[in-house]
Structure formats: C-alpha cells, structure tokens
Design a protein around this ligand. Structure first.
Ligand SMILES: [Zn+2]
Length: 192
C-alpha cells in the first residue's frame, strides 16, 4: 500500500479521535525562536526533544545541511518573515554530525539524475542558461564550516535587525548532544 493511503487512513482516525488537541497553539513561536536545521531523518523528533522545544515553541526551517544557498532565497526569506512578521527574535543554526551534505559528490548526483531519466540535453540547456548544476548541488567540507557559513549569512543580512542573536550549533544525531560553534556573542574570537 503506498504511503499516501496509509497516511490518509491514519489521518482520518487522528482527527476523529481529536488527537490534535494536545498540539493546539497559535502561529507565533512562544519562545521567539527560529531554528534552521537539516532535513536529516534522525533529527525529526530528536532535535526538538533535545532542545526542549514543543509544538508552538519555535519556527522550524529545514533544508539539506542547514545550508543557505542564497541570501535572497527562500530560506533567508523564511527567517526574515519569522523575525519581522511572527515575533521571533533569536536564530539557531543547527547542523549535525554525519551530515549527508558533507563531502557530497555532486558529480555523482548529476549521474543519478541522468540515470533517473533526465536527458543530457536538459542539463546542457541549464548549463547554457548559466546554471552550474554540480556547483548548485554541492555540499560543504565540514559541518562546522556549513554552520559557520549559514550563521554568517544570517548575521550579516542587511534586513536582519542590527544586533540580532544568531547562534551556531552542531547536534549529535544519536545522543542529541549540542555543541556550541558560535554563541552569537564572541563570534570574532571563535574564528580560526
Ligand atoms: Zn544533514
């Protein structure tokens, strides 16, 4: 049975039994927190538990590797909306050990794309339009580097309120232990 059917079946019972009642909250994050983290499956329940975040506490933005690829892309836009429209005031960038985006072989992904049925012609067209697909798909060299880069983009963003708190952390995907990369105060001395 496809997942869709299973999900819809479960959903009917979920709503009928009013299981949603324990999750009721509004759109504003009670703890005024925005979390940018990875889409890694191990973090789905672990990360909120490890950070003591419940439904309604924080805005969650997930992307492969917690990477912000462009300062005016959708990730940064989400952070800005959370801050300027939804009362969030503190940003946490949370990378994790064993992230699939570390040392990601984007050439291999391009091969997989071709294997999946996408024509070389399409890739060529993109290339001729100035889209460097392998570069666009590339990950980062270390989790730390990825977190630092994202923190840097958020912190230096011209539309962020001056002096905003932007923290960088790395979570262990097994134990949930958090390691501080950048606490948002001693940024310069933490470099190198
Ligand atoms: Zn990851």
């Amino acid at each position: 049975m496809p997942n869709l059917d299973l999900i819809l079946q479960h959903n009917e019972a979920f709503v009928e039994k009013k299981e949603y009642e324990t999750f009721l909250t509004d759109k504003f994050p009670d703890k005024k927190i925005v979390i940018l983290t990875c889409m890694d499956t191990r973090l789905v329940e672990l990360l909120p538990k490890a950070m003591n975040l419940r439904n309604g506490d924080a805005k969650f933005i997930k992307t492969a590797g917690a990477i912000i690829t462009h300062p005016f892309g959708s990730i940064m836009r989400s952070i800005l909306v959370a801050i300027h429209a939804l009362q969030a005031s503190e940003v946490f960038v949370v990378g994790h050990h064993e992230c699939g985006m570390v040392g990601l072989n984007s050439q291999q992904i391009v091969e997989n794309i071709k294997q999946s049925g996408v024509k070389q012609e399409t890739l060529d067209t993109l290339s001729h339009s100035g889209i460097d697909v392998p570069k666009w798909l590339k990950g980062f060299n270390s989790v730390r580097e990825g977190v630092e880069q994202s923190v840097d983009i958020v912190r230096k963003h011209p539309l962020m309120p001056p002096g905003s708190l932007v923290h960088g952390l790395i979570i262990d995907p097994r134990t949930g232990k958090l390691e501080l990369v950048d606490d948002g105060h001693t940024y310069n001395s933490m470099q190198g």
